[in-house]
Design a protein around this ligand. Structure first.
Ligand SMILES: *Cc1c(COP(=O)(O)O)cnc(C)c1O
Length: 400
């Protein structure tokens, strides 16, 4: 990760195909497009790669989450369970529909803790939205069992874990709906872009219409199409989709490289007895875009994070203090700071997160460090990096 490190001829060729015709829009203009349908082509390829019946490409990962929720009929006042450790897009997509984000603890998987999910369920709960953070997944089997028992939808945010699997299934394809992002820093990128995958025909049709102003996409005349329900514009452009096709074609090569580099670093870190690794649920295979580990205490993690930076080990994150990824800094959510008035349901039902107890999340996230695995490294550089990391962590531990 990220895919932009390895742009090449294939991306240029794909974009040029679109520029040759000049049709930058994914719908219509059939006569001018010279048989080029990049968004459709991407959707077909992703269907195959994700072993999923339907794919709707959209303008971003955030749009994918919004469209996925909307396609399943989520609306004002419905409660959606999401983790305390994720990206702000999780609650943005929920709030966009007037639904209510219910924050729930993460554990040593750095994803939703199933027992905490079960406790948070109310009569208004409609969806459980695990977020497969930093290349690894939530315990999907346990979450699915909970969803089945309580008649809830399972929506996987696989934006950070494309290519990982659970019980042999691609992440994103295990639940009722799955979402991907192809923004500029994801494992594969289209500049901006996202996708919803599902085996549910109805959700797919809804997503197809909803992401294009409600157009029913029947017939050959866009202007004459009907709009069976309200929608918005979450369309992807042909230029973005074109880049995505090229990158999707390279996903498996990227994953191989990430795994190779991850294993080199993991082997090194495993020699430091105080370091433990993020738990991966049984049946899960990571996409290896990050290596995440725990230090014995919060103080040691803070010191280690600083020391790694000083030692030139770049791209390591201490999420506990991060502005975007951890609930502690989501003051705009906690204080309900929005430009305009929020829906009545959100105002009334949003829990007071300033008093919430997320000590289980804190226990794990405060001790965690996650380091990005970069595609642009050479194996030799990774060996040196691993040695450097080991040396740095050992000195932090000795001096504590
Ligand atoms: C990147 C990301 C998103 C949103 O994707 P955008 O394409 O940037 O809107 C959503 N969820 C997670 C976990 C992400 O990392």
């Amino acid at each position: 990760m990220p895919g932009f490190e390895l742009f090449g001829e294939e991306e240029k060729k794909q974009v040029n195909d679109v520029l040759e015709t000049g049709v930058l829009m994914r719908y219509g203009f059939d006569g001018m497009r010279n048989g080029q349908w990049k968004a459709k082509e991407f959707e077909k390829a992703l269907t195959v790669r994700m072993q999923s019946k339907h794919v709707q490409m959209v303008s971003s990962g955030t749009a994918a989450l919004t469209v996925a929720l909307a396609s399943a009929g989520i609306g004002a006042g419905d409660e959606v369970i999401m983790p305390t450790f994720t990206f702000v897009a999780s609650f943005e997509s929920i709030l966009a529909l007037g639904a209510v984000p219910i924050l729930v603890d993460v554990d040593d998987t750095l994803t939703l803790n199933p027992a905490a999910v079960e406790k948070a369920i109310t009569s208004r709960t409609k969806v459980v939205m695990p977020v497969h953070m930093c290349g690894s997944m939530a315990d999907l089997k346990a979450l699915k069992a909970i969803c089945d028992t309580h008649n809830l939808l399972l929506l996987e945010d696989a934006c950070q874990a494309i290519g990982g699997t659970f019980d042999g299934k691609p992440l994103g394809s295990y639940g009722d709906l799955g979402c991907f992002s192809f923004d500029f820093v994801k494992t594969i990128t289209s500049g901006e872009g996202g996708a919803v995958i599902t085996n549910n025909k109805k959700y797919y049709t809804n997503a197809d219409h909803y992401s294009d102003h409600g157009h029913d996409h029947v017939g050959k005349d866009r202007g004459a199409e009907a709009h069976p329900f309200l929608g918005y514009n979450y369309r992807i452009s042909e230029l973005h989709a074109a880049v995505g096709i090229a990158q999707l074609g390279r996903l498996d090569t990227f994953l191989e490289k990430q795994e190779q580099y991850y294993n080199i670093i993991r082997k090194g870190l495993a020699t430091v007895s105080e370091v433990t690794f993020r738990a991966v649920p049984d049946g899960g295979v990571e996409n290896y875009s990050f290596i995440s580990f725990f230090m014995p205490t919060q103080e040691l993690a803070e010191n280690a994070h600083k020391a790694l930076g000083s030692a030139g080990v770049d791209a390591c994150f201490y999420w506990f203090n991060n502005n975007w990824h951890y609930y502690k800094k989501w003051n705009h959510l906690t204080n309900k700071t929005s430009l305009g008035k929020l829906p009545k349901e959100v105002q009334e039902q949003l829990p007071d997160y300033s008093t919430s107890d997320f000590s289980l999340s804190d226990k794990w996230v405060s001790r965690n460090i996650s380091c990005l695995i970069k595609l642009s490294w050479t194996a030799e550089e990774v060996e040196i990096r691993a040695q450097n990391m080991v040396k740095t962590l050992k000195s932090v531990l000795v001096n504590s």
